[in-house]
Design a protein around this ligand. Structure first.
Ligand code: ADP
Ligand code: MG
Ligand code: MG
Length: 927
């Protein structure tokens, strides 16, 4: 390239507001631009971090010979540079872009900005992980008043040329020049003009507009841009190009992209790539079309070609839901040749990427082009089915199936569905596409803002929109289910629902949704904001009112035992997957279960023990709470012992039930833990009632409540401090356990209790409690002429315990990390009070996750490792587990695997998730 041209380009680039930086410390010759086209590509599919997902996909597809229009990718490193250097570009960039553009021009034999044979391009965003619809893309770039004439002449199609120009003006005006709608309620300013012109032309659809109408649109769009920005729309294609590149990089930090990244934990410093690509046109008349397709059904996972298209349209039309697209199968009749090619692409893509693909295609004059491919987002159901089918098809190995299915997606398989009988009785008001399986009932709201507000008040809400757009994201996150009146399987609502595992019905066209009156009308029935509505996202049906839910198929088979496994494909897949997971995992999974029926559910879900049985829960049921209260109100030891004597048989009965269910599996029982005031009523009327019931003076109750009041109950008289203060409570609990053991053993069932003292920080605290346990064990053994095998250990949940773990391990045979309290005490943060600041902490990235959901590995995790190392010094074979909420969180489970715990314990419905996450963790280590 001549020096002169180089200079010119640099000048143009800077004229477009993108001064090149002069950071001389930067090593020379960094490659910022990668070309693809004509079967060759500088990059490949593995280069997502550098080229972005879209870019890497375009390079890879080019390599395997798919029909991809040529172009080039500007790397994510440029984005990083851009933000690190006050929105300037690296100095080498202008030259590299010019060279890559020249290559494209040569390949397609057209010239950018040429007045006879112009090249038009798209400028497309594309981050490492796809962020659908969050950032910007500009089509038909290179159009201006002269180029449009050339395009018209060459294509012999005035309408097509002017349609492309007006589209370009519309997005360029919006994305680059900032001509947006001014408020939520307003329509877009460009859309308003289109509506006006359509009205005066008496046109129904966009396609009814003639070339002259489109010319009018172009003129009015230009005037709008000038009026709103005070600037003319740039006629110079180079200026357009750099303006667009800057806008795409800029869109990395728009509000919705930031919200999205936060939701999906995508780091803000990854940056986006920019793809500049030769335009192909789906809007060249009836031999052209554009569409999107999934190689399998992304909602159910079924192996059917799934997608939709529009004749005579450009990319965004399909997703935007402006016109209702046709199902992809119909293309077989409308464009048989292109359809055959598309089917061929479908199988090539699946064989090559060995995963379900989500692709974009355009047919220009009966010729097929592929514009994007990526691993398709899918529901939990689809994730399981696709992986299992692909193993059967020998596309992937079992290990790959385990790795690939997000552990959390198993919770979708366990989520309730609508009860068949209730559905039959309910009023069905509309049908639409089954875009997100599952059942949801809640109050209907019509804006994202209302959804968020109502959900914050603890209401279940269903967000109903004519169609959703990325601005609705916060509301969609807050809602139980999403309902739209317009839009197909690739609409924004469907896409987001799939990804978030939300129940969703799309395109329920019988519904009239009115944002102004906040009503939803179906025939004669009108629902107002706040009325109940129910969605069956598996069948695609909408019901007025609340519909009762029933257990999922898996639960019906395993827990309720009322569905034959042979009748449920979902169950069968679930079962084989669990079987494979169990073969590879090392970490054992136990359950947090307090009552016999919970223990039974836990076993049905595959628990190999109970990791936490909270005895206080036993005291809340029915009349028991009264005996408990008598015990708390007791003024003398004798009174207290009398009350405890009433509790003993009840507690023993519970343990008998649990031990019978557990059939010799380890059962960890924690002694009384919560502060005593939790058992007493705190309002005067309630206290008066209780006084009457227990036949004690009201004043005594009021006085005791006052006595028990603490400034900070979380750090007060609770945990083993209770057992120290009232040793007779510990004694009663130990007796209940051992008498139950004796009873169950006599019936020939093995029992393996692990007795756990909570909140231990001092050796002496622990040993005093252990002494009682051992003494009672001996007493009961003699009384019953029985032998017991049991373990004693502690719940490790305050930092001091971790620090003196070597000392504690002298007597403690196991530690169970109580990570709920350990997180509260390590962070000095009360879980129940964290709502006021945690969201902001996450926004500011002070914390990567909610530490009460996912273990804070650097802090709490570090303490766990310290405790492990200290403990193993004195007791190398000490049993280590975790029983906090974190035991069912996939990331935390993987952490527990890595630090070598023996088991995780979680709530029964999270067990399958934990089993899969544990298997994934084992495979991570393996390679
Ligand atoms: P998003 O990430 O929002 O999907 P894309 O960059 O994929 O944005 O583009 C938006 C739409 O424009 C898609 O339908 C895509 O297929 C279409 N498109 C992008 N580039 C081209 C092109 N060079 N020719 C034709 N259509 C294109
Ligand atoms: Mg796309
Ligand atoms: Mg605790």
């Amino acid at each position: 390239m001549s020096k002169l041209i180089k200079k010119k380009i640099a000048k143009k680039a800077s004229a477009a507001g993108c001064e090149t930086g002069t950071n001389s410390a930067l090593p020379k010759k960094i490659r910022y631009v990668y070309s693809f086209g004509d079967g060759k590509a500088d990059g490949n599919g593995s280069m997502k971090p550098l080229l972005g997902g879209k870019g890497a996909g375009l390079h890879e597809m080019t390599r395997i010979g798919l029909p991809v229009p040529p172009g080039f990718t500007i790397t994510t490193e440029v984005c990083t540079y851009f933000y690190d250097n006050k929105k300037q570009y690296p100095p080498e960039l202008a030259d590299q872009v010019a060279a890559a553009l020249a290559k494209v021009e040569k390949s397609v034999d057209k010239k950018f900005g040429d007045r006879t044979n112009p090249l038009l391009v798209s400028v497309r965003s594309g981050a490492r992980d796809s962020m659908p619809g969050m950032m910007d893309t500009i089509l038909n770039l290179g159009m201006n008043d002269e180029v449009v004439e050339a395009v018209a002449e060459k294509s012999h199609n005035q309408r097509f040329a002017w349609d492309s120009y007006r589209r370009f003006l519309q997005t360029y005006g919006d994305v680059v020049m900032g001509v947006h709608k001014r408020s939520e309620e307003e329509h877009g300013p460009f859309e308003d003009i289109i509506e006006e012109v359509k009205r005066s032309a008496k046109a129904q659809k966009d396609t009814d507009l003639s070339a002259d109408h489109l010319k009018t649109l172009v003129e009015r769009f230009k005037r709008l841009i000038r009026a709103r920005t005070g600037k003319d729309f740039p006629q110079d294609p180079q200026e357009q190009l750099w303006g667009a590149i800057g806008a795409v990089f800029g869109s990395w930090n728009n509000d919705r992209a930031i919200v999205y990244r936060r939701k999906y934990g995508i780091p803000h410093d990854w940056g986006t790539a920019v793809n500049v690509q030769t335009m192909v046109f789906g809007n060249r008349g009836d031999t052209s079309a554009t569409g999107v397709a999934f190689t399998r059904d992304p909602a159910t996972g079924e192996k059917v070609f799934y997608g939709e298209y529009l004749i005579n349209a450009q990319g965004e039309d399909v997703v935007a839901g402006v016109r209702t697209p046709h199902p992809v199968a119909q293309l077989a009749e409308e464009m048989p040749r292109a359809y055959r090619e598309l089917l061929d692409v479908r199988s090539k893509l699946e064989k090559h990427f060995r995963d379900m693909q989500d692709l974009e295609f355009t047919v220009e004059d009966n010729k097929l082009y592929i514009l994007q491919t990526r691993n398709g987002k899918r529901t939990g159901f689809a994730a399981v089915r696709i992986a299992m089918d692909m193993v059967a098809e020998k596309l992937i190995a079992k290990e790959e199936a385990i790795r690939r299915i997000p552990a959390d997606s198993l919770s979708h398989l366990l989520a309730p569905i609508f009860d068949r009988d209730s559905v039959r009785k309910a009023t069905k008001i509309a049908a639409g596409l089954a875009a997100g399986p599952g059942a949801a009932s809640g109050r209907v709201v019509f804006s994202a803002k209302d959804a968020v507000e109502l959900a914050q008040k603890g209401e279940r809400v269903i967000l109903a929109r004519i169609e959703t757009s990325p601005e609705d994201l916060r509301g969609m996150i807050a809602a139980q289910g999403i309902l739209t009146a317009r839009g197909g399987v690739s609409s924004h609502a469907a896409l987001v629902a799939r990804q978030m595992g939300k129940v969703c019905v799309c395109g329920a066209s019988a519904l009239q949704i009115d944002y102004v009156t906040q009503t939803l009308t179906a025939g004669k029935l009108t629902l107002r904001q706040g009325d109940y509505i129910s969605l069956d996202g598996t069948a695609g049906e909408v019901y007025a009112g609340e519909v009762k839910t029933a257990a999922s198929e898996v639960v019906q088979v395993l827990v309720e035992k009322r569905l034959d496994p042979k009748q449920s494909k979902v169950y069968q897949e679930f079962a084989s997957l669990m079987g494979w997971a169990d073969q590879v995992r090392r970490l054992e999974v136990r359950a947090n279960a307090d009552l016999p029926n919970q223990a039974a559910i836990a076993i049905a879900f595959g628990a190999k023990g109970i990791g936490l049985c909270r005895t206080e829960h036993m005291f809340f049921e029915g009349d028991r709470i009264d005996s408990m209260r008598e015990m708390i109100l007791a003024e003398t030891l004798d009174e207290r012992k009398a009350a405890l004597a009433k509790l003993l048989p009840l507690q023993r009965g519970d343990f008998v039930g649990i031990f019978r269910e557990m059939k010799g599996l380890p059962t960890t029982i924690r002694f009384l833990d919560p502060p005593l005031h939790e058992f007493l009523p705190n309002t005067e009327p309630q206290q008066r009632d209780l006084a009457k019931k227990l036949n004690v003076p009201f004043e005594r109750i009021a006085h005791r409540v006052e006595e028990l009041r603490e400034f900070n109950p979380m750090l007060g008289l609770r945990g083993c401090r209770l057992g120290i203060t009232y040793s007779e409570v510990t004694e009663m609990q130990a007796r209940a356990i051992f008498e139950a053991v004796a009873e169950v053993q006599k019936s020939g069932i093995k029992v393996h209790p692990e007795i756990m003292i909570p909140l231990v920080g001092f050796y002496k605290e622990m040993s005093l409690q252990f002494e009682i346990v051992h003494r009672v064990a001996k007493e009961v053994a003699t009384e019953q002429n029985a032998k017991f095998k049991y373990m004693v250990g502690i719940m490790l949940e305050i930092p001091r315990g971790a620090i003196v773990a070597d000392e504690l391990a002298k007597d403690a045979e196991f530690f169970s990390f109580g990570t709920n309290d350990l997180t509260q005490t390590t962070l000095g943060m009360s879980r129940d009070d964290s709502g006021g600041f945690l969201p902001q902490y996450q926004e500011l990235e002070i914390l990567p996750n909610n530490p009460f959901a996912t273990i804070d590995q650097q802090g709490v995790g570090k303490l766990m490792e310290i405790a492990r190392d200290q403990a193993r010094k004195t007791r190398p074979d000490i049993e280590l587990g975790i029983c906090g909420e974190h035991g069912g969180d996939p990331q935390s489970v993987k952490f527990c695997h890595r630090i070598g715990l023996d088991y995780v314990s979680c709530s029964p419905f999270r067990i399958p998730v934990a089993r899969l996450a544990a298997a994934q963790a084992a495979l991570e280590k393996a390679g």
